[in-house]
Structure formats: structure tokens, C-alpha cells
Design a protein around this ligand. Sequence first.
Ligand SMILES: *Cc1c(COP(=O)(O)O)cnc(C)c1O
Length: 362
Amino acid sequence: MSKERVYNFSAGPSMLPLEVMEEVARDMVNYKGCGMSVMEMSHRSKEFASIIETAEADLRQLMSVPENYKILFLQGGASTQFSMVPLNLFRSSKKADFIVTGSWAKKAASEAKRFGTVNVLASSESTVFDHIPQPDPAAYSKDADYFYITQNNTIYGTRYSWLPETGDVPLVSDMSSNILSEAVDVSKFGLIFAGAQKNIGPAGVTIVIIREDLIGFAPDSCPVMLNYKTHAADNSLYNTPPCFAIYVAGLTFKWLKDRGGIGAMEKANREKAALLYQAIDESRMFRCPVAVQDRSLMNVVFVTGKEELDKKFVAEAKAAGLVNLGGHRSVGGMRASIYNAMPKAGVETLIDFMQKFEKENQ
Ligand SMILES: *Cc1c(COP(=O)(O)O)cnc(C)c1O
């Protein structure tokens, strides 16, 4: 890590691989000898065609996305998917099953309610979303148009270690904060989406992976830009896509491939998370409020139990070059987001700092 860089534990936008940003910097004003920046080039140019096609192919390879799925590069963030999913997927019963595991799932559910019936099968809200609730499969709606989950809960630090068996009902997953962090079997999902700014690249591009047979059933009233069919038909080039964000995402995909792909990344992520949870569990000052089996590999939430001490920790950590450790404004405490780009050394430095802080503040 170069001297002027800090260990950035931000939940998003978050730290990106240094190698990726150094490559961006090298090519910033003259992309591969074409005399202009990626920011300045036509999205119809052959240079950009190669950027977006390569990004798509690399992502397809990294996640083993089957042939019958489209990969789309859209705008509007994950939050726009909260509307696009119901707009496009409600088609027969206009009913969807939801498991509510945090604020993002709640927002997705309230948006879906504008277009159809939302059936909340389970929620962990009464215990401040400290675990992933498991509804009885007998309660799943056989005729639902889709089944919705938020696979990693960025704010509360929980993660699904299982998937609902939804049969013919398409499973929709918000993977904004866990995409590319661990292996997933894409064929188990009807639709996956993720805002890029957590684990992929700069804010501005949202990845959608959608099974082809789910495309094309939006009502005529659906705005053209909110219809998956529009973007699928034009390979994400119906209008100007977020070119620069797609370019950087593509470099991150290359970076992942160079490091052995998702398998190697998952192994590293599990190691980092295990080290940090172990340090928290062994500490007499810090505590993780999340049920052990549901702990996120990406967002590690912990508290001292004393608000003033939490604040002191966050401030002193910042002074020591460990930044953005404050919990989400809605929950307080601390949160260390340790996405793919966070090296193990960053986690080890954080653990050393926690141990020193604990000694000094007994
Ligand atoms: C950050 C986040 C969102 C919201 O993303 P935007 O791109 O800001 O709309 C949604 N879901 C999850 C799981 C997130 O982490």
C-alpha cells in the first residue's frame, strides 16, 4: 500500500484495487494510444465496443453465467432495480414473496407494493435485523411471480448462508454488497442485481443478470428505459451507458481473473472475515450483535455497547489511517466493510488497532 493511501472500510462507494486505479490513471488522458480518455469517447466507437464486450465476457466467465442469461449494464443504482423488478416481473398473479432482512429489502418491498401484492414471509425487524429469518417453505406462494431476497445486508452485517428453494418461482437477489465475493450458482436465480460501488467499481453502473425467459413481459405502460427488454435488445447500448464506470468495472473483472477468480477471492474473504470475527469474539470490549451463522463476509458490524466509546474508537482509528469505520447512520456502532479490494494486511492492522484501543481504554 502506498504511503498516502489509507485503509478505507467504507461500505460504499468503497475501496477499489490499487492496481485498477493505477491503470486508470496511466490511461486517463490517452486510452491505449487513441489520444483521448474513455470519458471522452463515443459509446459507439470500436474502442468502447471492445471495453463493454470484454467486461461482459469476463463477468460471464467469473460468475459462470449460463448462456440463457443476459448481463446488463444499467444506470440508476440498485434502488432503481427496486422498481424495475416489479415493473417487469409482475405478470400473472402480480404477487411476490419477500424476506425482509433490512432497510434495502424494506425499500424494495414498498416499491413492489406500487405494482402488485407483497407477501412478507418473514422479517427480522423486531430484533434490529440481527439474523436472517427462515420462513417455513410451506408458506411460500406457489403462484408468486417472484421471490425476493437481499443476500447480504450491508447495514446490519448479515448474509444468507442458504437459499430458499422456490421451485418454478424466479428467485430475485439484491447482491449489491456480496457480488463477486463468493461463488454463487447463477442458475438458481431468475434475476440478480448489484450496484457497482460496493465491490466492483465506481458508482454509476448497476449490473443486472437476468434469465432470458423473464424478459419481455412488462406492461405497455412501462417506461422504455425501465424495461429490461430495451437494454437486452441493444446489449446495454440503447442509450449512452455509464461508459467510464463500465470501463473501471471491466478492469476490476480482469484484476479478479488475474488473482484466480471467485474461488480464490472467496477463500481470501473467508480468511479476512474469520480473523476479524475471532478478534471481536475474543475481545472483552467489542461485541458483534449478529447471529453467528448469519454473519456477513463483507460487512463486519461491532459495538462496545457505549456510544461515547464507539465514537472515540472511530475517531482514533481514523487518525491511525483506518477510515470510515462508523456504523450506518441508522444503527451506529462500528462497521468494517472488507470487500475484495481490502487486503488481509488492512484487516490485520485493524485488529492490532482494536487490541491497542482495548488496552488503553479498559
Ligand atoms: C447500497 C445498497 C443498495 C442501494 O444502492 P444504490 O446504488 O445507492 O441505489 C441496495 N441494496 C444493497 C444491498 C446495498 O448495499
